[in-house]
Structure formats: C-alpha cells, structure tokens
Design a protein around this ligand. Structure first.
Ligand code: SF4
Length: 365
C-alpha cells in the first residue's frame, strides 16, 4: 500500500461513496494522521459549509442509581441493598428543571439504572407529569437497553413500548448503551444488557415510526480495531435502511472509556488511556465512514475542551451539551466543566461560529 492508495480511498469517500470494511481497516491502521484529518475536515465543510459549530443547553437527570445490569465500566450503578440508593421524586425533577429553565435550557437527557421496580407505567406517568408541568420541555430519554428491558417486563413488543412512551411525551431516543456493538465485547463488559442485535432492532423500529435517535460508541477498553470498524458499519447500514421521511440517527458521538475505579479496569489493569491522537483519529474516521449521518459530535466531557476544539478540525461539527449536571462519567475520573460562555469561547477560538441548537439540530435564536 502506497500513499496513493490511501489518497484514492479518501477521495472515494469525499466523492460520496461508502468505503468497505477492508478499506476502513487499512485507513485506520496505516493512513497518515494528517491526511485523515485533512479529508475529514473537507467532508465536514461539504456538509456544513456555514462554519457553524452547534451546542445544546440541557440537563442530565439520572432518575435512579439502582440497576440490575451492573456493567463493569459503570461506577454509577448500585444494588438495591446498597446504602446510597435513590429514586428521584417529582419535587426533585421540578427543582432541577426550574434551574435548567433559568439558564434557558428546554431539554433533559433522562437516563438512569434499569431498576426492576420501575415499570413501563412508571415512565409513562413520569413523562406525562413532566410534560404537564413543562409543556415546552423536550424529553431525550432512556435508550435501547431500557426499551428492551421494559418490553420484556411488560410483555409488550418494542414497537408497542416506543408508541406508549411517545404518546406519553418521549421526543427522541438517545443512543445510550451501544458501547461496542459486538456480542463478544458485550458479554464481557455488560453481559446483562441487551444484545447488539436488540440494540439495532430498537433503533430500526424507532426510525420506522419517525422517532429521532442518536448513535454512540464507547471505545478504548477491550475491543479490537476490527470491532470498532464493525460498529461503525452496523450504524451506517442501519441508517441506510431508515425511511426517507425519518431523520434516523441525527448524530454520532464516539467517546473514550472513562476507566478510573471501574470493575473493568480491575479485571483488565493494562487497558491504556485513549490518547488525544487516538481520539482525533476516531473522530476523523467517523466523519469519513458515516457519510449518511449529518452530525459528528465531540464529547468534551471525556477529553476536555482543548481536545474537543481540535476535533472540530477533524470532522466534528457539534460540541454536545452544556451539561449542568453529570453523574456518570464524573464518577469514573472525568471532571471537565464548561458553561455556556466557555463553550462559545472554545468554539470561537477554534475558528467557528457558535450557535445553540435543539435536539433536532435546529439552530435557536
Ligand atoms: S451503564 Fe447503565 S445499564 Fe450499565 S450498570 Fe450503569 S446504569 Fe446500569
């Protein structure tokens, strides 16, 4: 493989043609970093010629920390007999959402443990009550593992569960729980969670009924490079099946595993940290491979604002959220903070125009 081989592959992607598995593996393993970044940046400009980088103001609310799944990478979850367990009450939601409204946010990212005591009816009532109190609030809530869990628990189909939750107020479905869409990996890091086929099935049904979703990848643990590439291809393939009138996966966010204190790192102590270069390589490849997903989001929360700003020159066009509350990644050693002014400054200093958006990626005034 010579330099021309890689340039031809990158030109192929730039012309709008999908790269195949072998081509992506070759790029991943051997392509020059600067050339990858160069092409990812041009493809981003082709899709987002206005030089705008978006962000959202929302609040992550974790409704319970009791979770039967006990994923090995999660320091947030608790067993039901632990001393520090909780399930939020309506008054807790109200004070958190009131705070969010004060700074202009209108969306919550509602996630938490798969608590066996919380059934479909619980979420149905919760969504209805929240929409009743805050009619313009957007609920970006749960994720495929929770939908599979609720379907099994309620003996309903995935389709029925999604329809019930949409009717109760669900606006969009986060891509949580994807980690790496390989059952070899999932059986080690999160054996109680839904399988990769189930994760994809939930997303396919969501797209068919017009629910906007997002896709994610948590990398940098026990997965191979081949499994990372397979993950990207599964996401791309599913997005290709979405109906024309559905947005499908509106964004893709790869983030590195935050390992501090996790069971996974105790079991696999030699997992290396993801370097900034490795992270930027993944961002670049995501843009080059996922030509059918409009937004590549960079998670500043796990890498910090400086690396996130660099990622804006490697294909990313969205800086994710001013997260005024975060309880999961911060429990695994990542404590980066960014308010709205810090976000705008980071985007402007990187040479872009910061614009606030909603979950549908519409620019807000
Ligand atoms: S990552 Fe989610 S599903 Fe897994 S243990 Fe933590 S809260 Fe439960």
């Amino acid at each position: 493989m010579n330099q021309k081989y890689f340039t031809d592959l990158l030109e192929k992607s730039l012309s709008g043609e999908f790269l195949n598995y072998d081509e992506i593996i070759h790029l991943y393993r051997f392509a020059d970093f600067h050339e990858l970044v160069f092409y990812a940046d041009i493809i981003r400009k082709k899709n987002h010629p206005d030089n705008i980088v978006t962000y959202i103001i929302d609040r992550n609310i974790n409704y319970t920390n009791i979770c039967y799944s006990q994923c090995k990478f999660c320091n947030f979850c608790r067993n039901s007999n632990d001393h520090d367990i909780y399930i939020l009450e309506l008054k807790d939601y109200k004070s958190k959402i009131d705070e969010l409204y004060l700074i202009g946010g209108r969306q919550i990212l509602l996630q938490g443990g798969m608590n066996p005591k919380l059934d479909l009816e619980y979420y149905q009532n919760l969504f209805k009550q929240l929409k009743n109190y805050y009619p313009d609030l957007k609920l970006h809530a749960l994720g495929p593992p929770e939908i599979v869990f609720l379907a099994k628990k309620s003996k309903k189909t995935i389709h029925q569960v999604l329809e019930i939750l949409i009717e109760a107020g669900l606006d969009s479905l986060p891509g949580a729980g994807a980690e790496i869409l390989s059952d070899r990996v999932r059986n080690i890091i999160s054996p109680a969670k839904c399988s990769s086929a189930e994760w994809l099935e939930v997303m396919q049904i969501a797209h068919e009924i017009g629910l906007t979703t997002s896709a994610t990848m948590m990398f940098g643990h026990i997965e191979t490079i081949e499994e990372r590439v397979e993950h990207l291809l599964k996401i791309r393939e599913l997005q290709n099946k979405k109906p024309n009138n559905s947005k499908g996966f509106i964004s893709f966010t790869p983030w590195p595993f935050a390992k501090s204190g996790t069971k996974l790192v105790k079991e696999y102590p030699y997992i290396p940290d993801v370097s900034a270069i490795e992270f930027l390589r993944i961002i670049s490849l995501s843009r080059i491979v996922l030509l059918n997903i409009p937004n590549i989001q960079v998670s500043w929360l796990t890498m910090g604002a400086e690396v996130a700003s660099l990622a804006l020159h490697c294909g990313a066009n969205d800086m994710s959220s001013i997260m005024i509350e975060e309880n999961v990644v911060s429990k695994a050693g990542k404590n980066f903070k960014l308010d709205e002014n810090g976000m705008k400054k980071a985007i402007s200093e990187a040479g872009f125009i910061p614009k606030r958006r909603n979950q549908q990626y519409e620019i807000l005034n």
